[in-house]
Design a protein around this ligand. Structure first.
Ligand code: NIG
Ligand code: FE
Length: 412
């Protein structure tokens, strides 16, 4: 007989079940299983419920007894990161805080291009190693699934190096890594040709190899004045959709426009949205595209937050991700950032927690995680507390005491 384990008793389990995908959520809608237990077998959850009832129902289960007060949530899902990179941009951060402009920083050798240079100099082994290290740090903060983008290679070979490093890192890191091709991050300074020519080259030469090597099923583009325009990206996204890549977009970060492209292409998600106005908010709310707020970029750049409250009130599905990257979002602490976004944007506990669990799963089109219910992956974030509200109240300073990934205790 396969081994079953009953974990508990938890003072509270917050399963994140029974909540709609889109729109505002009040805290009354949050299901709470008091004195609960979770039965797991192999990678998956078999049952959740009252701990004493589960003991009777599954007498064969080995009991993983918890002493003291514990709260259990689904493992967090960080749907947008750039944790595969070489070098550091501490100099950019210092210059920005000293009042230097984007242009002054770029002229001093900073910006995305600096990370491209440093990443190109890194070996695949170095990138793999540093990606694993960063991913495992995220795991200790409760994240059991992380998306990781390329986008600091910007040639066919260098993008392949990054995505192969992410694939290798996924085989060894504790969280699961979901890769995305962001070759359309900016026009590389050493490409001889126009934006359209660069994108055409990437779609013709890189896309087939991504499929052949199964390196990713997701394609992202940065739509912004400093990167690619809505017009330039049309042919690129058409080609990506034709060959069944899922589309995701860096949209409306400094100027509006990307969110319309995202909705037109039925993108899985539109991320950033700091500059989204009422028109963009309405468009996103009426679509199936998940809106992803990236408070880490607002904190890192000292800019406005994504209008999360307005998006939810308009009926959008709001996920929250860290955007962990060496430039705009160096902190890389999803729970801290989500808590802070909640404070500034007046989000309920339920809305913030949904944003880093099942709504974040939807932003990655993952249907097997993000809630605690039978049949889903046993990915658990466990905290020492007797009240789930403590988690956001501590603004990221209350760390998980235990993490389960795919039914295994990976951090204790
Ligand atoms: O999501 N906005 C564009 N890309 C990243 C920044 C990357 C970088 O600065 O290295 C972002 O914020
Ligand atoms: Fe990003």
């Amino acid at each position: 007989m396969t081994k079953r384990t009953l974990i508990g008793p938890f003072v509270q389990i917050i399963p994140m079940t029974g909540i709609k995908l889109k729109g505002a959520i009040s805290d009354n809608e949050l299901a709470i299983i008091a004195e609960g237990g979770i039965v797991i077998e192999n990678k998956a959850i078999v049952a959740t419920g009252d701990f004493e009832d589960l003991k009777l129902k599954y007498p064969e289960a080995e009991i993983h007894v918890l002493k003291g007060n514990h709260i259990c949530l689904p493992g967090f899902i960080d749907a947008h990161t750039h944790i595969c990179f070489g070098g550091s941009r501490a100099q950019d951060y210092a210059m920005r805080n000293a009042g230097k402009s984007y242009l002054e920083i770029a002229n001093a050798g900073g910006g995305i291009w600096d990370t491209v240079t440093q990443t190109r100099k890194s070996s695949i082994e170095e990138l793999t190693k540093s990606t694993i290290k960063r991913a495992n740090r995220h795991l200790k903060n409760g994240t059991t699934t992380l998306e990781v983008k390329s986008g600091y290679g910007l040639t066919v070979d260098e993008e392949l190096k990054m995505l192969r490093a992410v694939k290798e890192a996924n085989a060894k890191a504790l969280p699961e890594l979901i890769s995305t091709c962001l070759a359309a991050h900016m026009l590389p300074k050493d490409f001889e040709g126009t934006e359209k020519e660069y994108l055409k080259m990437i779609s013709e030469e890189l896309f087939p190899i991504l499929k052949e090597e199964n390196l990713t099923h997701r394609v992202d583009a940065f739509i912004e004045q400093s990167a690619f325009s809505a017009d330039e990206i049309q042919a690129y996204f058409s080609k990506a959709s034709e060959i069944n890549f899922d589309i995701t977009v860096h949209a409306d970060q400094f100027s509006a426009g990307g969110s319309k492209v995202a909705v037109d292409f039925n993108a899985i998600s539109a991320d950033h949205l700091e500059a989204s106005g009422d028109t963009e908010i309405a468009l996103l709310a009426q679509s199936d595209t998940i809106s992803v707020a990236l408070p880490g970029a607002s904190i890192g750049l000292g800019c406005d937050f994504t209008p999360a409250r307005k998006l939810l009130d308009a009926g959008a599905a709001l996920a929250i991700a860290s955007d962990h990257n060496p430039g705009s979002a160096p902190m890389g602490d999803l729970l801290t950032q989500a808590s802070i976004l909640g404070t500034f944007e007046k989000l309920t506990n339920a809305e913030v927690l949904a944003g880093i669990t099942f709504r974040a799963a939807a932003a990655l089109k993952l249907e097997d995680r993000g809630k605690l219910e039978a049949g889903l992956l046993a990915d658990l974030a466990v905290f020492h507390s007797d009240n789930y509200q403590d988690i956001l109240y501590n603004q990221g300073n209350l760390k998980p005491c235990m993490i389960w990934k795919n039914g295994e205790l990976v951090f204790d």
